[in-house]
Design a binder for this molecule. Structure first.
Ligand code: SAM
Length: 243
């Protein structure tokens, strides 16, 4: 049996998706408030930057993968207007339900689909833009997911990967202290779940750094990949162009 990592634990590949599902089933209802608390609201700025870089136009077709509670899908839908399409997807039904309810509360009805990024149920070349925010880290076969994202883009289309990345060295000590001491406690207090937030901190450390992810995207078929470091590398936005 092939093994992979789930945070700092080594697990069977076949078991990782189940464990990830457990994390997001557990946190779905408190996900948005926890995002604001953990990042001091910074996740809104990172997503706003991503939306600006996406630069979607009226009539564009966008796919948001691992879309969860719908922050990017909502912002994209406002840009593409009535003639465009934004498909909001996630592998996890609990997260997608929270997202769909939020969108409905704001009067938005988007196509919403449960799907695994590693097996996308869309035709080749069907989107102008694909996004994945804070989702790639959780995927078992990242190279398979990136190849699928490349496949569903039209030539010239762009993939935006917003993800935690490798922080600049001078900030590392404070960031580690915060991640392993504060995060799980806040998770326990607000969401009644310290373990899922310990997984978050560990999974960030196990995720490929900026350059490694850039190379993975090139290997998946993106001819050109730009990296935008945000907040000293806490997060990076990788922009890949399907050439
Ligand atoms: C941290 S949340 C991010 C949600 C949202 N994109 C955001 O930025 O707030 C990560 C999401 O990745 C989803 N996910 C994990 N593995 C996935 C996969 N193989 N395919 C699609 N989504 C996946 C989880 O279900 C979860 O909703």
């Amino acid at each position: 049996m092939t093994q992979t990592h789930f945070g700092y634990q080594t697990v069977d590949e076949s078991d990782k998706a189940r464990r990830v599902r457990g994390v997001f089933d557990s946190v779905a209802k408190k996900y948005d408030i926890m995002n604001d608390l953990m990042s001091g609201g910074l996740h809104r700025a990172w997503k706003a930057y991503t939306v600006a870089v996406a630069n979607l136009r009226e009539g564009d077709r966008a796919l948001d993968i691992a879309g969860g509670t719908g922050d990017l899908a909502r912002a994209f839908a406002k840009r593409v207007g009535a003639t465009g399409v934004v498909v909001h997807t996630d592998i996890n039904e609990s997260m997608l339900r929270v997202g769909r309810d939020r969108l409905l509360d704001e009067g938005m009805v988007l196509p919403t689909t449960i799907c695994d990024a590693e097996k996308l149920p869309f035709d080749t070349g069907s989107f102008d833009l694909v996004s994945v925010a804070f989702g790639l880290r959780n995927m078992t076969h990242k190279e398979v997911a990136l190849a699928e994202m490349n496949r569903v883009l039209r030539p010239g289309g762009r993939l935006l990967v917003l993800e935690f990345s490798k922080i600049a060295a001078p900030l590392r000590k404070a960031y580690d202290w915060y991640s392993f001491n504060v995060l799980p406690r806040v998770g326990q207090f607000v969401a009644g779940d310290a373990e899922s937030y310990r997984y978050l901190a560990e999974s960030i450390r196990m995720h490929p750094d900026q350059e490694t992810l850039r190379q993975m995207m090139k290997a998946a078929g993106f001819g050109h990949v730009d990296v935008h470091n945000l907040t000293g590398g806490v997060v990076a936005l990788h922009v890949g162009i399907k050439c």
